[in-house]
Design a protein around this ligand. Structure first.
Ligand SMILES: NC(=O)c1ccc[n+]([C@@H]2O[C@H](COP(=O)([O-])OP(=O)(O)OC[C@H]3O[C@@H](n4cnc5c(N)ncnc54)[C@H](O)[C@@H]3O)[C@@H](O)[C@H]2O)c1
Ligand SMILES: [Zn+2]
Length: 370
């Protein structure tokens, strides 16, 4: 019997070819629904939002009197960011006889966006999603870049998919109802973007800090635009985080450990701010001291009302343990994103994430206790 073996190459692009527009403005939420209907006339929309967004009146502003199938996540926030919520969303879509010709519209912060995006990614093997972010975190960060997912009982974002949105609509007016602590902490992601990629943007932040704290909408539009430009540049070059995209993790390695050790008492942005200062201390120990950026970053974080030291209640050994378990650790110790100067990330031999000894990290942590 002859054995005819044939080989066939199947080329699957690692990432679906996709480009999407981000629309930024103020007070556009009330006009958006008509635009969405006009732009995707053949698709059946399904809205995912949360109870706080309903309470703040944003769902009503979006829809007016129109009745659209929807799912309201309750309670709002990280506690609901688990797979059961995604299951409930998918089943609700099926109950509404939605099929592959549906489009998910996410109205809310990062938790809603991550949950809705993941539900869209798996519903009938994937339907488009529109992101309408309503927090400083989601407008700066989570709505752009295509990372979606939910937490398991063991770790954050354990289930997930890269699922790029069809479009992103940022209305900075939605931020007016956001709790002040959430508002300020979320801005740390913007400071992060400035620190890693754009010195002029950092200076814009320094100059306009009072207007930012006052939620001046013209300034917020400029911030939203600059964040999206920076994130889009980085993500376009490295959509699935093979190398350059790691720079977005600046401040996050120690930040995540601090956030987790605090039992999530400290908000993500507050923890990342501490992580950025820790990175600055590491840079100083490694001789990366081209400018006075650490002082400037610290000063800006203080003006945003962020903590700049590690609370004494957070045990250092616990932080080290958490660093060892970091999901991006190599050989049970993470690598660190560091700055070369304000607005420029340190890159050595084409690598953006650097080895730093445990001893050096421990000494830096010691300096950070209040
Ligand atoms: N996918 C990514 O790339 C990415 C990036 C960063 C963060 N994230 C994820 O984002 C989540 C955090 O997002 P978040 O900080 O936006 O939190 P969130 O979505 O939980 O929002 C915080 C709180 O504010 C409320 N809220 C949201 N918008 C409001 C508004 N306009 N007015 C009044 N209340 C409002 C929410 O109901 C919630 O109670 C985390 O789960 C994190 O993992 C994802
Ligand atoms: Zn972050």
């Amino acid at each position: 019997m002859s054995q005819n073996i044939r080989k066939l190459d199947v080329k699957v692009p690692a990432v679906a070819e996709s480009a999407y527009a981000i629309t930024i403005g103020r007070g556009m939420l009330g006009r958006l629904w008509g635009q969405i209907r006009d732009r995707w006339p053949a698709l059946n929309p399904f809205i995912v939002t949360d109870a706080e967004l309903v309470k703040a009146g944003h769902l009503k502003t979006l829809l007016g009197n129109e009745s659209v199938p929807s799912f309201v996540i309750e309670p709002a926030g990280e506690v609901s960011k688990h797979i059961q919520t995604v299951v409930a969303i998918v089943e609700e879509m099926e109950k509404n006889i939605l099929g592959r010709d549906s489009i998910v519209v996410s109205l809310g912060g990062g938790t809603v966006g991550d949950i809705a995006g993941f539900a869209a990614a798996i519903f009938k093997r994937g339907v488009p999603v529109i992101q309408i972010p309503t927090t400083t975190v989601s407008q700066a960060d989570s709505s752009v870049g295509g990372k979606t997912g939910v937490d398991s009982s063991v770790s954050k974002n354990a289930f997930g998919a890269f699922w790029q949105p069809e479009a992103v609509y940022i209305d900075v007016e939605t931020l007016m109802t956001l709790d002040d602590r959430q508002y300020r902490a979320g801005l740390v992601e913007s400071v992060k973007h400035a620190a890693i990629r754009d010195k002029d943007y950092f200076e814009f932040f320094e100059t306009n800090i009072n207007a930012i704290l006052d939620k001046d909408m013209a300034v917020l539009e400029k911030i939203a635009y600059t964040n999206c430009r920076i994130k889009a540049e980085v993500v376009a070059e490295d959509p699935t985080e093979k190398n350059l995209r790691r720079i977005l993790n600046y401040g996050h390695t120690i930040g995540h450990a601090v956030e987790s050790a605090s039992g999530f008492e400290l908000l993500h942005g507050e923890s990342v701010g501490i992580g950025m200062i820790a990175a600055g201390k590491i840079e100083q120990r490694l001789g990366l001291v081209a400018d006075n950026r650490l002082e400037r970053i610290k000063e800006l974080l203080l003006k945003l009302g962020m903590p700049t030291t590690i609370p004494t209640a957070l045990d250092k050994q616990r932080l080290i343990e958490l660093l060892r378990k970091d999901k991006k650790a190599v050989g049970s110790w993470p690598r660190f994103i560091l700055l070369e100067s304000l607005g420029t990330t340190f890159c050595k031999e084409g690598q953006w994430a650097h080895e730093v000894s445990q001893d050096t990290v421990e000494k830096c942590l010691d300096e950070l206790y209040e």
